[in-house]
Design a binder for this molecule. Structure first.
Ligand code: ATR
Length: 283
């Protein structure tokens, strides 16, 4: 294998050209003065097995990488070992080779918590949380909240059955609801997390009165395009503390970079500005 100095990592997905991960990892490679690389590779569902085989036998030359839509779930069946976080979430986004074995984890849960640790220290002293949405992203947030000791997590989703099924998977601290219960669920809650595209692309945003949340309430969104989502603007207008989702994207990248290149990178204001300026250019 290449030395840590010239290792290469990848991000695979379909499509892949929209991914901002290359910008993040190349910024860190340059900041650390490393000669390694980070390459976006378009891999379709039917190509995934072949890609993984070349990764495992060393012919691809990669030491590991990121996995994004639509492969985050399917990759679990192809790796030699997924850690408990990836297994609990049912999806992996970070791979690395170790002694010839392909290992996997999910760093979205770390990214979510680290973003709030940085932007709203003490956010995890709350007990009750409401999560809007019951898709793949919601699973990583539930995992993070359970880890940080939240004991009442209400999942509100357009398709109530999906919320209930997801809640069952995570045990008694998590309960599933339909959107008609949303306003009642918000009352007294310490944390509200949006994981959906609600209110974007022309869909209407239902009015939520966030002022009935607890005194230390925080509203956050894991969607970061736009940086201020309709739900965050609504919460801000009502005087709530809010945290946008861009930090989650940046922080979820940290553990992968450290594994592949041996240096723990920093999420800096400069990196944040770089990504925001890319978003503005491509808006
Ligand atoms: P992701 O991996 O990003 O979470 P996903 O698995 O497709 O993506 O889940 C999208 C989530 O956003 C779901 O909770 C979805 O609700 P349904 O389960 O009812 O489909 C929710 N969602 C998307 N668009 C929505 C909208 N216009 N109104 C309400 N919920 C919406």
């Amino acid at each position: 294998m290449a030395s840590t100095l010239d290792r290469r990592a990848f991000i695979i997905g379909d499509p892949i050209s929209h991914s901002r991960s290359p910008l993040i990892h190349r910024y860190w490679l340059e900041s650390a003065g490393l000669a390694g690389g980070y390459d976006p590779v378009a891999v379709t569902a039917s190509d995934l097995t072949t890609f993984v085989a070349a990764l495992k036998d060393g012919t691809s030359g990669f030491c590991g990488g990121n996995v994004t839509i639509p492969h985050k779930e399917a990759i679990l069946d192809l790796v030699d070992e997924a850690d408990p976080t990836a297994r609990d979430i049912g999806a992996a986004n970070t791979l690395w080779l170790e002694d010839g074995r392909l290992l996997a984890t999910n760093t979205d849960t770390h990214g979510f918590a680290a973003n709030l640790d940085e932007a709203a220290p003490g956010w995890d002293t709350g007990k009750a949380a409401v999560i809007l949405g019951a898709g793949g992203a919601s699973r990583a947030v539930i995992h993070a909240l359970l880890n940080r000791g939240f004991d009442s997590i209400a999942l509100a989703n357009r398709t109530e059955a999906r919320a209930r099924a997801l809640a069952d998977r995570f045990g008694p601290r998590v309960k599933g609801w339909g959107l008609d219960s949303l306003q009642d669920l918000v009352r007294g809650a310490d944390l509200f997390v949006n994981t959906t595209s609600l209110g974007m692309g022309g869909t209407e945003t239902p009015h939520i009165d966030f002022t009935v949340m607890s005194d230390k309430a925080l509203v956050t969104d894991i969607v970061y395009v736009p940086l201020e989502t309709p739900l965050l603007s609504m919460a801000k207008r009502q005087g709530l503390a809010t945290v946008d989702g861009l930090g989650m994207l940046l922080h979820q990248a940290v553990p992968g970079f450290e594994r592949w290149f041996g240096v723990r990178p920093q999420v800096t204001p400069e990196l944040r500005r770089l990504i925001i300026s890319d978003m503005e250019t491509k808006a």
